[in-house]
Design a binder for this molecule. Structure first.
Ligand code: SF4
Length: 301
């Protein structure tokens, strides 16, 4: 077993205490150990990841291009413009910007742009949305932002090992839910929260997404995916705020992950990326199926 290897929250917390390091630092060292690369090479790889993510955000907030089916496109731009007239908004600058960034990534994905599937393509908006917007707010240096990303990665790894990151196996709890949990922890680390607080944030975030159906219209990662990512930023930031304020998850993160695994096991295949249930079989969903030449699915009520 590698010195920095972890599979659960419990193991990660033990490593953090033993080495007096943050979750992000342990994750970075584990990746270096596992891949046989130097810590600086691993850090550089994460920098490249960050740059691709930023690029998608920058392109997305400028774009007004619609996706091929016309279901999405241009909303990130609208949200970004809304930042200029904040009195009309109930959210603050950080949350509105986070939502616009998350939408930007989803819209880029829908129009064949380059994104980072962090943790998956469907859930790729929340982490850049939350981490980049908050980093801009408190002018976090590069090191802080990268550590937040490493911390998010560690949470993703724990979910992947204990449950799943596949919507085909676990529904949207495994994509957007995982992304929100990862973002909540990463943000908490960026703000100087303890490793325990990071996991309380991810536990509170993931609990809010347990059982979420994967029911995309026409099987395309557009509706409801992009707006789910956008609104997921609010939950991620809120969960981090709760953890920083001292609120604890009554159920530890490892147990929440096991609950997610249990729900995945008993979830109907109709709401696991098959477009056979939920929003995908609404009147609007079936209209999209028809346009795509897919078989219409009657709603099972
Ligand atoms: S609805 Fe399905 S395809 Fe869309 S983000 Fe969620 S898991 Fe991914």
């Amino acid at each position: 077993m590698n010195q920095f290897e972890f599979h659960t929250t419990e193991e990660m917390l033990a490593l953090c205490h033993k080495h007096k390091l943050s979750i992000g630092e342990i994750a970075k060292r584990y990746e270096a150990e596992r891949s046989g690369k130097s810590a600086s090479a691993v850090r550089n790889k994460m920098k490249q990841t960050r740059d691709v993510m930023y690029d998608a955000v920058k392109k997305g907030i400028r774009s007004t291009q619609k996706s091929k089916m016309g279901m999405v496109g241009g909303d990130a731009h609208k949200m970004h413009l809304a930042l200029k007239k904040m009195p009309d908004m109930m959210g603050n600058k950080v949350t509105v910007r986070a939502m616009s960034y998350a939408m930007a990534v989803g819209e880029q994905n829908a129009s064949m742009g380059r994104i980072v599937a962090f943790p998956t393509a469907g859930g790729a908006g929340v982490i850049p949305g939350v981490l980049f917007s908050c980093a801009e707010h408190f002018k976090a240096g590069k090191r802080k932002l990268l550590n937040g990303m490493f911390c998010s990665s560690a949470v993703g790894l724990i979910i992947a090992e204990g449950a799943t990151l596949s919507a085909a196996k676990g529904g949207c709890q495994a994509e957007v839910g995982a992304g929100v949990a990862m973002a909540a922890a990463g943000l908490t680390e960026m703000r100087g929260g303890t490793p325990e607080q990071c996991f309380h944030a991810s536990a509170m975030a993931l609990k809010s997404y347990l059982g979420l159906a994967c029911d995309p219209l026409g099987g395309l990662v557009e509706v409801p995916c992009i707006k789910r990512n956008s609104l997921g930023c609010m939950v991620g930031i809120g969960a981090s705020d709760m953890a920083i304020a001292g609120v604890k998850s009554f159920i530890p993160f490892d147990e929440v992950v096991l609950a997610m695994r249990n729900i995945a096991k008993i979830m109907s295949p109709k709401i696991r990326e098959t477009a056979l249930g939920g929003l995908a079989v609404t009147k609007t969903g079936n209209m999209i199926k028809q346009k795509l030449g897919m078989k219409i699915t009657p709603m099972d009520l």
